[in-house]
Ligand binder design. Structure first.
Ligand code: TXA
Ligand code: MG
Length: 339
């Protein structure tokens, strides 16, 4: 069978117009954002939404994030803004923060997996904003990776992940360069009127709490929910996983001395020398900067995954600032093989 290839386009005005026309025709576009690349489709068109689930092989119980360009675009999508929502929008939009708000009837059930809430985000990336403007409608966009696997932080990651796509739904990927934040948006919802952290991400918890002047809650477990086993479906225990088995190691040298270390890769962080013995070492930030580490995380995992290694060892980073988002993803990548 001939190898199909995905069109990766520079975001010229002509290419943006082509991509916008594809979106209006219920096709899909790889959209750069400051967090990760998204698989964008018309958020108000159920046919486009179905295409997003199909191309990603994403279960229908996992709802999508709807992206908007301007605050005015929010009103038609939501019924209410819980206390603190306006403050968070004012402080962090445009940027890597998603808010889960009571949805209006305009938002198709497919976008929200039948939930009564819709996740909304205003991205900061200029190409995402230009595409939203050209398309003239909100765009649903989950990360542009097959469900459960590593998120894409370059256009090439998207093109590779869908090179053997058989649906033909992906019109093109707009190349907006490497994502600056590198981990997905932070997701905040409300329970009993109080804000809760549904997913750690590009806006650190500390920054949210400083803006709100109160600690964020932890979501209550939703055992037996008709839609989903967990409060935020992206909180499934495994996610973001490379194909190579990955495990967490505690002490620096644990793993380096194993017989198969010469066929193993290491995900490392900081200025301490990495233990010897590994075939490949990826240091997320030799100077120990968590922001730099977040920006490098998925690209480093993609590179390690492409080396044909027998296994990957990963260390956690300090659990503060963006470290929380990094660790959440590394733990989930490891949980896939543990579970
Ligand atoms: O940075 C990002 O957020 C990227 C870029 C493309 O914007 N998008 C992204 O989408 O990460 P996705 O589909 O991979 O993650 C969406 C997250 C999931 O954890 C999902 O469960 C949660 O948002 N979510 C969406 N709607 C929800 C809702 N109504 N209630 C609770 N969680 C929701
Ligand atoms: Mg995702």
């Amino acid at each position: 069978m001939p190898q199909k290839s995905v069109s990766v386009l520079t975001p010229t005005p002509e290419h943006l117009e082509r991509a916008a026309a594809a979106l209006r025709a219920a096709r899909l576009v790889g959209m750069p954002t400051e967090t990760v690349y998204g698989m964008a489709g018309d958020a108000l068109n159920p046919a486009a939404l179905a295409g997003i689930f199909e191309i990603k092989r994403r279960p229908f119980f996992d709802p999508l994030i709807v992206h908007i360009e301007r605050l005015d675009d929010l009103d038609p999508l939501v019924r209410a803004r819980p206390e603190g929502a306006d403050l968070l929008m004012k402080t962090f939009w445009p940027g890597p923060l998603t808010l889960v708000l009571p949805k209006s009837d305009r938002v198709p059930d497919l976008a929200t997996a039948g939930l009564d809430t819709v996740a909304v985000r205003m991205p900061a990336h200029p190409v995402a904003r230009a595409l939203l403007r050209a398309a003239g409608r909100p765009l649903a966009a989950p990360s542009a990776n097959p469900f459960g696997f590593l998120s894409p932080t370059t256009a090439a990651h998207v093109a590779d992940a869908f090179s053997d796509d058989e649906t033909g739904l992906l019109d093109c990927v707009l190349d907006g360069g490497a994502c600056e934040v590198g981990v997905e948006s932070t997701v905040v919802g409300w329970e009993d009127g109080a804000p809760v952290l549904l997913r750690a991400g590009g806006v650190p918890l500390e920054a949210l709490e400083a803006a709100l002047g109160r600690p964020l809650g932890v979501p209550a477990p939703r055992v037996g929910s008709p839609h989903c086993p967990v409060a935020s479906p992206g909180a499934l225990p495994w996610h973001y996983a490379p194909r190579t088995p990955l495990r967490l190691v505690e002490s620096p040298h644990d793993g380096a001395d194993r017989d198969d270390a010469a066929r193993a890769g290491l995900l490392w962080f900081g200025s301490d020398p990495a233990p010897a013995g590994y075939a490949v070492v990826e240091n997320l930030s030799p100077k120990g900067d968590l922001r730099e580490a977040a920006a490098n995380l998925f690209a480093a995992l993609h590179r390690l995954d492409g080396r044909g290694l027998a296994r990957l060892d990963a260390h956690l980073v300090p659990e503060s600032g963006l470290g929380r988002a990094i660790n959440e993803r590394v733990r989930k990548a490891a949980a896939k093989d543990a579970g």
